[in-house]
Design a protein around this ligand. Structure first.
Ligand code: ADP
Ligand code: MG
Length: 333
């Protein structure tokens, strides 16, 4: 069987996905559906994200990184709501000639993140198509009734925080498309590998679930670009936001590139694929939030403030002038 180069749908599920279905609720992927028990007093937090080859990852990306990323982007949405992942469903649409080695590596990427976060697979669908490789994951998290953190809820005066560093993945994508940029940006091989890894294998900020739930009034994960995603939070909360560009957290690799090409600032702010968490925290909880995040090993940086009403986001440059951006984030249409 190992050298067989074509597998049926049933064999693919049994061989590569059933081992990831460790909860009894999944019925070993041998039934029509999963049967989930929801503990009393809890709410299910549901989210769904699709990755399309050529849009969210590149045709040459390693299949294990594709599996990892497909699950990571969903766990990132859950983390922004203050929820840990519980179970997920996987809808996979692949070219007919996809070899077993691809499924094996793809499943290994999923397994790696399952082991890091405790989530498990409970179902899905597997189809072949002439179109591009497409992966849709639906993830479910659990939060005690009424405790989910929403985009809505930021209040004037709140401090705006972001986790980790911003813009690495946007640079990583540029490097994948044009490796010669590394030289112009003065990057070592390690710097370039770091940025590419941030694009291919985003780490969901699962460790922030409790600090976000305890202290944030409002939160969103950054998937389409920092400024555009902050704008979404601002609109729903009906507030204005001022971001101070001088306070933004950039990795050492991004700082090098930025020093060589200052115009990259706009890409870092709007490029997307960061999968960091933005949280609005009231002044009284700022110290506790920062301390708890640090205790969980996640750096968080205050980057701005909720200023007023109206849903506008202003980015102030280091000299105190408002920056003009051509676009605020990635848009599919
Ligand atoms: P049906 O035709 O009744 O929808 P399937 O044969 O498609 O059932 O699926 C059988 C079982 O395998 C179901 O429990 C389904 O959730 C699961 N399954 C199918 N594809 C996947 C996948 N890619 N990942 C996880 N579970 C899957
Ligand atoms: Mg089916």
């Amino acid at each position: 069987m190992a050298d067989q180069d074509h597998l049926g749908e049933f064999e693919i599920i049994a061989r590569y996905f059933a081992p990831l279905a460790t909860e009894s609720a999944a019925l070993a992927l041998r039934d029509d559906a999963a049967v989930l028990v929801v503990a009393e007093g809890y709410e299910l937090i549901a989210t769904c994200d699709t990755l399309v080859e050529g849009v969210h990852f590149l045709p040459g990306d390693p299949p294990d990184s594709i599996g990892y990323k497909a699950l990571a982007v969903n766990l990132s949405d859950l983390a922004a709501k203050g929820a840990r992942g519980h179970v997920y469903l996987l809808a996979l649409t692949v070219p007919r000639d996809t070899p077993p080695s691809w499924f094996e590596a793809f499943a290994a990427g999923l397994r790696e993140l399952q082991q890091e976060t405790g989530i498990s697979l409970v179902g899905g669908d597997t189809t072949a198509s002439p179109g591009p490789l497409t992966i849709t994951i639906t993830a479910l998290g659990l939060v005690r009734h009424g405790h989910a953190v929403l985009r809505h809820g930021a209040k004037k005066g709140d401090r705006l925080f972001v986790s980790g560093t911003i813009g690495d993945a946007a640079l990583g994508l540029r490097l994948l498309k044009d490796p010669a940029l590394a030289r112009g940006w003065d990057l070592s091989d390690q710097d370039a590998a770091f940025l590419i890894d941030r694009y291919r294998r985003p780490k969901p900020r699962t460790e922030l679930v409790i600090p976000v739930r305890n202290f944030a009034q409002s939160a969103i994960d950054v998937s389409d670009g920092l400024v555009g995603d902050v704008e979404k939070l601002a609109r729903v909360s009906r507030v204005g936001v001022v971001i101070e560009a001088g306070n933004l957290p950039f990795s050492p690799a991004a700082q090098k590139a930025l020093a060589r090409e200052p115009a990259l600032l706009a890409s870092l702010l709007t490029g997307g694929d960061d999968y960091e968490i933005v949280a609005a925290v009231p002044d009284a909880s700022v110290a506790a939030f920062a301390a708890e995040a640090k205790g969980k090993g996640v750096p968080v940086t205050a980057i701005g403030r909720i200023s007023g009403s109206g849903g506008a986001v202003t980015v102030m440059g280091p000299g105190g002038e408002a920056l003009t951006l051509d676009r605020t984030g990635y848009a599919h249409f």
